[in-house]
Design a protein around this ligand. Sequence first.
Ligand code: ARG
Ligand code: ZN
Length: 844
Amino acid sequence: RPIRLSQYRKPAHRVDRVDLTFRLHPSRTRVLARIAFRPDPEGPGGPLRLDGEGLRLIEAAIDGTPVTPLIDPAGLSVEAPDRPFLWEAEVEIDPAANTALEGLYMSNGMYCTQCEAEGFRKITYYPDRPDVMAPFDVRIESDLPVLLSNGNPGRAGKGFAEWSDPWPKPAYLFALVAGDLIAHSDRFTTAEGREVALNIWVRPGDEDRCAYAMDALKRSMAWDERVYGRAYDLDVFNIVAVDDFNMGAMENKGLNIFNARYVLASPQTATDADYARIEAIIAHEYFHNWTGNRITCRDWFQLCLKEGLTVYRDQQFSGDERGHAVKRIEDVQMLRARQFREDAGPLAHPVRPESYVEINNFYTATVYEKGAEVIGMLRRIVCEDGWRAGLDLYFDRHDGQACTIEDWLAVFADATGRDLSQFALWYSQAGTPRVTLSSRIEDGTLVVDLRQDVPATPGQPEKLPHAIPVALGAVARDGTEALATQHIVLTRPHETHRFAIGTGDAVVSALRGFSAPVVLDQPLSNPDRALLLAHDTDPFNRWESGRELARDALLRMVRDGAAPDPAYLDALGPVLADDTIEPAFRAMVLALPGDDDLARSLAEGGTVPDPDAIDAARRALALAVARRHEDRLAHLFDSLAEPGPYSPEAGPAGRRALRGAALSRLSRIDGGARARALVESADNMTDRLAALTALVAIGQADDALAAFYDDWKSDRLVLDKWFSVQVAAAPGDSGAQAAARLTAHPDFHWRTPNRFRAVIGALGANHASFHAADGTGYDLVADWLIRLDPLNPQTAARMSTLFDSWRRYDAGRQELMRAALTRIAGKTDLSRDTSEMVGRMLAE
Ligand code: ARG
Ligand code: ZN
């Protein structure tokens, strides 16, 4: 049943050229394929084997002679000559009935495709594996006005259009779109002098919400030329926004397809966070043109080859555009919330998994986000020169190929002469390493002892030590830098490092910039942390120190019923008052660790987390912050109001973030007065949603929610926010009832993944509500997953991971969660996607 990395075999047949004709019809689309095959002398030989699912074969021929292949549920086999030959096949498919949103499907009357990872086999018979690459010619026949596919446009006329993609590509990068669409257009001239026509295609009415995505695209194109020397390679670059989409977006060659929420933005409908995500995802998909498309993956086990590197690149881009300090903090917060959680539970897997049942289940935080961290560590280890030389060699040596992680590491080994065999363990060992650090100062020498442990994970009881880059410095008691940043690489289980230092008393600031994806265990007192919060030269550790103070305060409140720690409240004061510190950074210092994060800390420390107690503690600490700093917060709220029209730039966005953070604290003591005023006066969605969220969190939002619904009921993306905020921000466990009520709302179009996630995903994001002690949260999620699974297995399987931490909780909740999982597992005809996930979560 599972597919294994160790069982990789070369394909028996290669493809020289693909020629496709689509006769579009909602329920009876005909796909005519002419495919030039050639046996690969290095392949295993045998008959022609093609993948195909849910296809009705009308006729097939080899070199013009009709053939009758042997058809099974996964594809077909047929005898073929031992020389190059032409395969011709006509199949019929039903896009209107395709609710899984994989292959060719329909969304609001528009045809679109999603082929990664294995959707092309639902379009025609083909060797649907990424190491089979070919140029594609496509003809689309339809009366719809806009007909798009990959590559450059060819002939077009009444009822048809032709496209030709000269760059050999795997089938997962194929795309087709047909519909009544409007373009927002622009141009870009590449460094090589190529004139590229840029188009963002949207439904009529959305064309005035494309300007920001277009701007982000042009900046991405210029950035990849400037930073990596990579220019675009076709005459057109098309982006299409679709409403029904399982993921964020897809990098199809020359025809990126996006979830509409990651394209469309206007000040009135999108928040600053939406703008930032649009910028990052536009960049991500564009950057795939080189890291993913020109150089692709040999097989799906190598997914991190393209995803880890491309996430790393989009993070660098966003940092360059918006500021690195805040971007790094955001990325690490996300990594910890999603990837550390994954690594600590039953779904833990290496950055390069070794087996899977359904590959769609491995588009995970580990492959993407930890994959990006591994790239960042590699860069730190090979240093700047090695990084540049390695990448140049990578693009040079592997352009046009389908590659492996071994190929990737070999370019750095070859370019720098380094042995990267220990570093390679980051790709094969799952689990978050724990680094324990202790230090002392002896006659002008700082002595740092480091130890590493890599925890056992499913299927991997024993681990070898990793190569862990640790950036560390030290801050003297007077707040000056006692030791500038040192870069060491920990390679053994225990190591001691010595540094000359000019003071007898200093606090070690370790893992600066979060130099490795590990848990750092360093016994710092709260005064030490306050010192780093006030004075560390490393912005990440400055924030981290504040975060650790907050965590410590909260954990003592939850565990021992302690009162809010005055030391934490004191330490916040100078940061809030210091106008030389970036507002966005101060907003992040004010934010408290999330409930799930605290639950993980408690579980790791041997305490069973009580969701209600965690929620109560977090609210009590927020209230204490508000009381203690009321004047400063009120001053921030008043003084940070942006004059003039809205701009999505990082500067004003950061000021809005700090103002919103102040508002959410103040709302706990002003009865919601400020938020109620702002929700009415706001001229942009960022402020309006911040105010609405603050009101929901104090249970005072009924009128504001009704007004918001009236204003936005016909706007699908804004309505998603209306659904989501009521569940995600609901106080205590009330989000479970809110979600139950909203799933009965006439606008709950649950077949649309964005709307499903807006309610069910939001419930999962509200810790105290999902974990409501009576199990109503669990049952609601399980009911809806059971309902969604037969229609859209991919989204159902992904959402089932909400249960992955079930073993952390008390016996009562464990029993309820196990029962919910067992109920899902017991459903007849459960998809392969969901049954793999549920099976892994229930495994002993
Ligand atoms: N390659 C796309 C991206 O990173 C994601 C596509 C995921 N699709 C899937 N079916 N798992 O950006
Ligand atoms: Zn990607």
